[in-house]
Design a protein around this ligand. Structure first.
Ligand code: MTE
Ligand code: LUZ
Ligand code: MOS
Length: 747
């Protein structure tokens, strides 16, 4: 089934923040942000801006009625810089004017005298200075020190990984409209309506019941709007509160790129020990996370790096330590995979390094160490593993040995073009690692005409969650999808939402919707029994808009049943709650069962490198992927293709460049390259994993949003193999492996 938004998307009729009709009297905001990365704010002059055409007000930190604080986990993030600036792009003041143009012109006229302080952009330097945002985090299983002593082979190395710009098509933005008695209604392009509500309340001193947040859909979030939509909503809220007018701010692309955080860059050390049979016996890793200037979501991102530091492998002795390093970059944040890809790249680098030293293929080491049923992850959860199944099903279908031989044959006959092939297994845990976040609610109304309205805490951002919610209600009520309408995500209808993140939105909100619909359905069955002369509810089912008795269609329609229930004063509405059962994690021991389940898969990635120019093409990504049993193959295949291409972009071409002064150089689409239609793989093949395992996913349809991104990591190792086929060299494990870096390694 198609995504229910596909028609309005193609016609340009879908409504994003900037399409919401503005109310008469609306003002527009624009931020004046710090031109330098670290310094003391000595003085400011806003007079010229205040006198600029169309300007209503210029707002600085001292004007705020509430607290100058929007930090969600650690209160270390002022909305507007006060006293010091900590990154280039940090908001300092807000110009509020009658038009966008007036606001932008006025913001340019604000002057600040800032005395420069030392700029730190390197996480290892921050760690050496003791500048950690939270204390180091550690996972320990077994005894690595003892285990290394008994290893036949031990290798050490280092990896560097750069960040990644989210580049959602819709930039960040918000629109605040005053409501009665000093309240506010916020339209926001956010993955976390409740996070926006909290930030707005903090800076305005309003209570949460005075602030309504409404989200129609996002033109992409990818994690970039899990936390970082808050600032723009808070800015509009403050401006609206102080001017008593509606205020809107939709960022320009360069403002967005400059002022918002990205995927976390990491610098990491690894040590891997193997026995004579190539079993990995011990693994140590240290992760230095470049968190940027404030906490944001860095600690949970760092934790997920630890959770996924052994990827799909069972390693009996593991010590992994992670450092959350404060630097003078914009605060880095959630990005599809949420630290998982960073952890996985390091173990895959360790394996590739060992394989190169030992003269075997990485695939041989990978395959020998795949995690099996009942094996323990370093965090104590026991695997219900499909790592081996997905590997063997991928191999059976696509034939790794054959693909490798094709590449070898090609390489033997080609001087300047070389092919490389790599296997990339993935294992990703589904659930927020912070257990309390794994809850959701759904509000379902059946109207007397038989139509159904669903509201949940899930935010639609292109991933098709609304389609899945509609499918859940349609399935329970035995209706066509057209009878169900999924409405905006709104904090008055659904309170205290977790952000739409962790790939868990469909599961959590889908289960809540299922419970709500089943509750209404069961009430309707009671009404239906005498009408269809059935004895028990078990004899009654709903299908195609009719009531069935013992699988036979009756003359009672859904619509008549609904009307009859209403006349009998039976409630046709339900608000339901779902909390994932059986999960938990104890940080005092760093052990537990944090995930409802894992998603497994194996990809084979093939590339061709032009060894004269350093350029490359991805020939194919062929994967066997664990969907459970997909509710919507069109949506889920789209998620896989998009995830793979986004992962490829991260490891190959997307290069975030800050100079040593902490200024973003890759600050526009002319200097920041993302995959386009010409750089996507020539072939993406998707084989659904066959497994009969039960899981906690909605209708057994496993979460699909993030895991496929990590198949893209295979492209790095495939390119590396092709490079080594041309020249015996050992490139640094340094992402992204841009054509320039490939060339530098070749010559
Ligand atoms: N797909 C599209 N088209 N746009 C997005 O912004 N975000 C990804 C993924 N797929 C995203 C996307 C991220 S980071 C997550 S966590 C999941 O979707 C969130 O949605 P889900 O929980 O419904 O899978
Ligand atoms: N967000 C979050 C996430 O807050 N916690 C998580 O565990 C998570 N995992 C993946 C993506 N976003
Ligand atoms: Mo996704 S990084 O969990 O928003």
């Amino acid at each position: 089934m198609k995504n229910i938004d596909s028609k309005s998307h193609v016609r340009g009729e879908s409504v994003y923040l900037d399409d919401i009709p503005v109310v008469h009297g609306t003002l527009f905001a624009c931020v004046f942000d710090s031109p330098i990365a670290h310094g003391k704010l000595r003085s400011m002059d806003t007079s010229e801006a205040e006198n600029s055409e169309g300007v209503f007000k210029v707002i600085t930190a001292k004007d705020l009625i509430g607290e100058n604080q929007i930090g969600g986990i650690v209160p270390d993030e002022p909305l507007l810089a006060d006293g010091e600036v900590h990154f280039a792009g940090q908001p300092i003041a807000i110009a509020v004017a009658a038009s966008e143009e007036f606001a932008r012109k006025a913001a340019k006229k604000i002057k600040a005298e800032i005395e420069p302080l030392e700029v730190v952009t390197d996480p290892r330097v921050a760690a050496a200075n003791g500048d950690l945002i939270v204390p180091p985090k550690k996972f320990v299983m077994g005894d690595t020190a003892a285990a290394f002593a008994g290893c036949k082979y031990v290798f050490e190395g280092r990896t560097e990984q750069n960040g990644q710009e989210h580049l959602y098509i819709e930039t960040q933005g918000a629109y605040a409209v005053p409501t009665e008695q000093g309240g506010l209604k916020l339209y926001s392009s956010t993955q976390g309506p409740t996070a926006v509500q909290r930030a707005v309340c903090s800076v305005t001193s309003l209570a949460m019941h005075e602030v309504e947040v409404d989200v129609q859909r996002l033109g992409g979030g990818f994690g970039g709007k899990e936390d970082q939509a808050n600032a723009w909503a808070a800015i509009c809220a403050v401006a609206s509160q102080l001017t008593k007018r509606p205020v809107k701010y939709a960022l320009h692309r360069m403002e967005d790129m400059r002022m918002t955080g990205k995927r976390h860059p990491y610098s990491s050390d690894f040590k891997i020990g193997l026995d004579k049979n190539l079993k990995i016996v011990a693994y140590e890793a240290s992760f230095y996370q470049n968190a940027g200037a404030s906490c944001d979501l860095s600690p949970p991102v760092l934790e997920r790096t630890l959770f996924h530091c052994t990827n799909s492998y069972f390693i009996p002795n593991v010590t992994a330590t992670a450092y959350c390093c404060r630097t003078n970059l914009p605060p880095n944040t959630a990005f599809r995979g949420f630290g998982g890809p960073q952890g996985m790249f390091v173990i895959e680098s360790a394996i590739a390094h060992a394989a190169e030293k030992l003269g075997v293929t990485a695939a041989e080491i990978q395959q020998k160490n795949l995690i099996d049923d009942g094996d323990e992850f370093p965090y104590g959860q026991l695997a219900e593993s499909d790592a081996i199944t997905s590997w063997s099903q991928a191999d059976a279908k696509y034939d790794f040995a054959h693909l490798q031989k094709d590449a070898d044959d090609f390489n033997a006959g080609s001087k300047y073009f070389k092919k490389g092939v790599a296997m990339m297994p993935v294992c990703f845990g589904i659930s927020f690692t912070k257990t309390p976040m794994n809850q959701a609610r759904s509000l379902v109304h059946v109207y007397t005409d038989g139509s159904v309205a669903v509201s949940t805490g899930a935010v639609e951002m292109g991933q098709g969650v609304n389609t899945k919610m509609a499918q859940v209600a349609a399935k329970v009520f035995g209706l066509g999808i057209g009878k169900v309408r999924v409405h905006t995500t709104n904090t008055l209808r659904i309170a205290n939402t977790s952000p739409t993140a962790a790939s868990a939105a469909a599961d959590l909100n889908g289960k809540a919707t299922q419970i709500a619909c089943e509750t209404i359905r069961d009430r309707l069955f009671e009404v239906a029994l005498p009408l269809v002369e059935a004895e028990t509810a078990e004899a009654v089912t709903l299908n195609d808009g009719f009531v069935y008795r013992n699988d036979e269609k009756t003359s009672l329609t859904w619509q008549n049943l609904v009307m009859e229930a209403h006349l009998q004063r039976v409630s046709l509405s339900e608000h339901s709650h779902y909390a994932t059962p059986g999960i938990g994690f104890d940080w005092t021991t760093a052990k537990g069962h944090p995930f409802a389940y894992h998603v497994y898969g194996t990809a084979i990635v093939g590339v061709t490198v032009d060894c004269l120019r350093g350029r490359y093409e991805v020939d194919y990504v062929k994967c066997c992927h664990d969907f459970g049993s997909s509710m919507n193959t069109a949506v889920d295949n789209g998620q896989i293709e998009g995830g793979i291409v986004q992962g490829l972009g991260w490891v190959t071409m997307e290069e975030v460049v800050y100079d040593t002064a902490g200024k973003l150089r890759s600050n526009a689409l002319s200097t920041y390259k993302v995959p386009d239609i010409y750089s996507i793989p020539k072939e993406i093949a998707i084989l659904p994993l066959e497994t009969a395992r039960e899981n906690l996913a909605i209708f057994n349809s496993k979460a699909v949003g993030e895991p496929p991104l990590m198949y893209g990591i295979g492209a790095y190792f495939a390119i590396r193999k092709a490079v080594r086929a041309f020249k015996d060299c050992s490139p640094e494990f340094d992402l992204p492996f841009t054509p320039e870096k490939v060339l530098m390694n070749l010559y």
